[in-house]
Design a protein around this ligand. Sequence first.
Ligand SMILES: [Zn+2]
Length: 385
Amino acid sequence: MKKITSTLLAGFVMLSGTGVSAAAGSDIRLLINGQAVQTDIPLQMVKGRALAPVRTVAEHLGASVKWDEEKKTVFITKGNQKANVANTYANDTNEIKLVINGKEVKSDVSPAIIGGRTMVPVRTIAEELGSTVEWNEAKHTVWIANRIVNPAASDFHGQGMITFSYDDGLDSFYDRALPLHEKFGMPATLNVIAGRIKDGANTEFLEASQIKDAYDRGVEIGSHAYSHYDPLTSNNDGDLEFELAKSKEILLGIVPKVDSLSIPFSDYDNRVREVAKKYYKAVRVFEHQQNNLPPDDPYWLHTAIAVTNEMTFDQIKLRIDEAVKNKKWCIIMLHGIDPDAGDLYEIKPELLEQILEYVNDLGRDKILPVNTIDGLTIATQKRGK
Ligand SMILES: [Zn+2]
């Protein structure tokens, strides 16, 4: 015990000797899945590596932490880790070791005890747990991202809501939008044209495995009908039934839940609505309006803005600010995300990132990001329906 204490102390002195102090590191912010995370000991910069309390980081990433004082080892486990390596693991050095999911992980900067907390390089632990890490120099922020955070009903207290609703099931959602949504922990709804899922056909549309993966990563999968050829209002009764029932059936073969529908071309009437009610809990159309909270009609959810390549960030910001101010639900309709944004309904990833960052900076207490079905459920529950 005495030996350990003196070693830890030596570690601390050594860190102090490099000119690192708590005050110097205290302005480094830590964001995990878009949320600011407070640590009891401030992050420290050591040889270009940000060190953070291991327990805070690991637990925010869904891992559990065990500190073995005798072995001077931090054991981190995530998921169904079977073998209890803690029993067999030996540390015959004086350094603090990091064992993640049974494997010893080394980093160029060693873990250290600072202020009674085991501090580890953030990048090492986050990457080992499958997250991405970014250092933002301008904002002095360590940014860890790994998952979309869908809110709980208790996160809603009457503030505005926002939903990013992507139509058509385009592959750019998977490649460009999803990583950005994960970076900011921001929910999304992906409305898939079920008849255009063609595995291996190399089209602009998503394959089933990508839809499943997006769902597993926290994205709501909605239906955008089966064919998207003719407006639904022009379908005869049989075709209309097929469009709405078949698309749901196909999607349910890929993911376990499909509760919302977005209307192709926003071409909608009461007849379509009645059929939609048989299969879905929510329907999104386009009328350039904000929704009340709770919405007046779950089968007539309005889109506040359809984003095009002719739009500026300020135009979109205006609608978001409006929802914050008036405590409304702002549903934003998006399509492709492409660096060229050659198509009217395509926007550049930079613009999407700017929008997501803006919403993230506003904070969940001002505007709660939700997918379509969660937004409806949460807003309705709150009014004691
Ligand atoms: Zn569409």
